[in-house]
Design a protein around this ligand. Sequence first.
Ligand SMILES: Cc1ncc(COP(=O)(O)O)c(C=O)c1O
Length: 382
Amino acid sequence: MGFDFDDLNDRRGTWSARWDKYPGDVIPLWVADTDFRAPPVVLQAMRERLEHGVLGYTVQPAVLREAICERMLRLYGWRIEPAWIVFLPGVVPGLHLAARHLLRPGEHALLPVPLYHHFRLALERAPRPFTEVPLVLQGGRWVFDEERLAASVRPQTRLLFLCNPQNPGGTIFTRAELERIAAFAARHGLAICSDEIHCDLLLDRGKPHVPIASLSPEISRRTVTLASPNKAFNFPGAGCAWAVVEDPQLRRAFMADDHATIHDPSLFGYVAVLAAYRSGADWLEAQLDYLAGNRDLVEREIASMPGLSMVHTEATYLAWIDCAGLGAKDPQQLFLQAGVALSPGSQFGAPQLVRLNFGTQRARLADALQRIRTASRPSPRG
Ligand SMILES: Cc1ncc(COP(=O)(O)O)c(C=O)c1O
């Protein structure tokens, strides 16, 4: 079946976070959702549930736990038990739960950066001390600086946060890289909280996602894996998330706020995920092909613009663009004035970069890239 990712639907006036923030002629390529309609099988499943008409309190469906276990085994050879799954209303609450409950006051975390800003916010609000350890560029990929990570360990360090695939760098960490980082965590007795929300958005075929907890039973017992299909199937306004936590003690700690400040996901979240996992594979494949085409377009265009550069995006629909060569004080503002809203790099701790969300229709993306080109042109000396 063909899917139309080129349909220029209009999201304005739908309470879209992305589209409603900037009125006027601005192409919004910032917050990480896409402009694609969710898979038809998902919309149909939600429609059918809505038709029933009674939307009462809902138990966490055993059938969904089974579907998640089956998927982890099929895709990654990772055998998990239904009881290890802790449903969450979103991945961000999972980051906050990890910061508050996997660390006691005064205990310290390591944060490889640049990184999706809610990791840092979770630690700041808990509050727990942390050290940001910059990723390094190696062979055109943003990877861990293992020496600096080791040098940042303190006697009170108890937690390592990871984001794999990485937002905003777009890296799919290899098995060997993860084995080394897992060995590092084990050596220092650290728990790992691994946010794997982008794991289905792999744009380079042949580069597999490896859940860090799948490396060994020992690593699984020290890891909280956060996951959600909300991004890959584009229903973050209506979906759900979960953590996989094997160790019962870690799980109890992580669930301290359950049925208090942490509410169950919406009934529609369960319905959407189950439909996506059961019947959404062909839509996901088609979307990945489309996104890889968008990624190639962004990489080609950015490479031809003086002052801008980016590394290859292996996964996610986010391009991490270095604007240092422009010499602009605030690159995000520069592009906003030209009619494209990007995420400022300062949000991730790198003010000379911007993050571009290419999860949109190609014609719209081409228009945005043309605006970026115009804004980046050196002004004629007068
Ligand atoms: C790495 C990462 N984690 C979590 C989220 C948000 O997750 P949720 O909407 O489920 O809270 C995002 C969204 O951009 C993300 O990139």
